[in-house]
Design a protein around this ligand. Sequence first.
Ligand code: SF4
Ligand code: FES
Length: 265
Amino acid sequence: MSTSAHGAMDLTLHVWRQKNKEDKGRFEQYEAKGISPDMSFLEMVDEVNEDLIRKGKDPIVFDHDCREGICGMCSQMINGVAHGPDDCVTVCQLHMRKFSNGDTIYIEPWRSRAFPVLKDLMVDRGALERIIQSYGYTSAHTGGIPDGNAVMISKEKADLSMDAAACIGCGACVASCPNASAMLFTAAKIGHLGLLPQGEVEAARRVRAMVEQMDAEGFGNCTNHYECEAQCPKGIKATFISRMNRELIKSLINPPLEVKEGGGA
Ligand code: SF4
Ligand code: FES
């Protein structure tokens, strides 16, 4: 990495600017000067925005919330890579020391038919929410903490479930996949619940409802490119997709009982 005398960097940014869903959008060039290598990527964009505001121009709109890798909001394609050049970090956790003085950086929103661009770098990820709403929960009565602790769960299953639960719903898997597939996201949610006894009872209904919703939202299918796994900031493994496919086949062989309105089964 090369930086100027005081470690500060001067960068050229090409940022996707788009007024709304209908606007065609285009790249605009900005200079980011005197950027500290200790800043996060979002702080660097904040600096550029401060400058734009001072000049009476429209700041770059981007999603963010926690700024500590938890909420999954800060989704940006940086030089064509979801969440940028560092492994297993979100954009808010990406440090500017990963770049060099004089670098040119292209910043784009997630690109997928299911994630329409709302403005600049902000996309509508409602499709992921609707997959969760379709059955990304358990309706079984789980009781209080002592009840939970009374149910024996093997360490292997508990660890695997926790690995899947690390998914923050950022959508990088969709944005990185050439088919814009949401299978890693959906599989993580299905795996996290289905591996535990409290969630297992509804596993068959859950997998069918969530996969159906995923297809209805217009996401593509998995053709084993593994880009989702490579770009996931939480290191979710593609083996969860195989697990989901097995659960789906099992649910087709042994269809779940449909609970009709009014309580009949
Ligand atoms: S599986 Fe990974 S990339 Fe996909 S939404 Fe979850 S955290 Fe983001
Ligand atoms: S702002 Fe929450 S994960 Fe980046």
